[in-house]
Design a protein around this ligand. Structure first.
Ligand code: 5GP
Ligand code: ZN
Length: 114
């Protein structure tokens, strides 16, 4: 999608620090990290949010969670623990309208979030 920041990152029109890539998924470091490890995982397909998931496209979510498992191990946070966040819509704090999952770790994260 033309004016989508994450599509531009996927297409390498905007640089990012890549952590993982395959034919379906890109993972990169968040530009404004909230924790020592803060990685954003996106499908290459432009899906606007969790609201757009359905029987035809939702298998990407299982794939992303398997990738998160691998990334957590590589980043050394698998045993200490981590948090996966998907913000959806205005009240959910979604600022980029391309579905994505935040992987946060490397410190003790507070709960509940603000
Ligand atoms: P959201 O608030 O939509 O759940 O998360 C969007 C995330 O994308 C934010 O944490 C923000 O810091 C990150 N972000 C926004 N623009 C860019 C960018 O150009 N590059 C990178 N690496 N991260 C970005
Ligand atoms: Zn997009």
């Amino acid at each position: 999608m033309d004016d989508c920041i994450f599509c531009k990152i996927v297409n390498k029109e905007i640089p990012s620090t890549k952590v993982y890539e395959d034919d379906k998924v890109l993972a990169f470091k968040d530009i404004s990290p909230e924790a020592p490890v803060h990685i954003v995982i996106v499908p290459k397909e432009h899906i606007r949010s969790t609201n757009e998931l359905n029987e035809n496209n939702a298998s990407i979510v299982a794939h992303i969670f398997i990738i998160i498992n691998k990334i957590a191990e590589e980043q050394g946070i698998k045993d200490s623990g981590y948090r996966i966040i998907n913000n959806c819509g205005e009240h959910g704090g979604q600022t980029v309208n391309h579905i994505h999952f935040h992987l946060l770790g490397g410190r003790n994260l507070s709960w509940p979030p603000g």
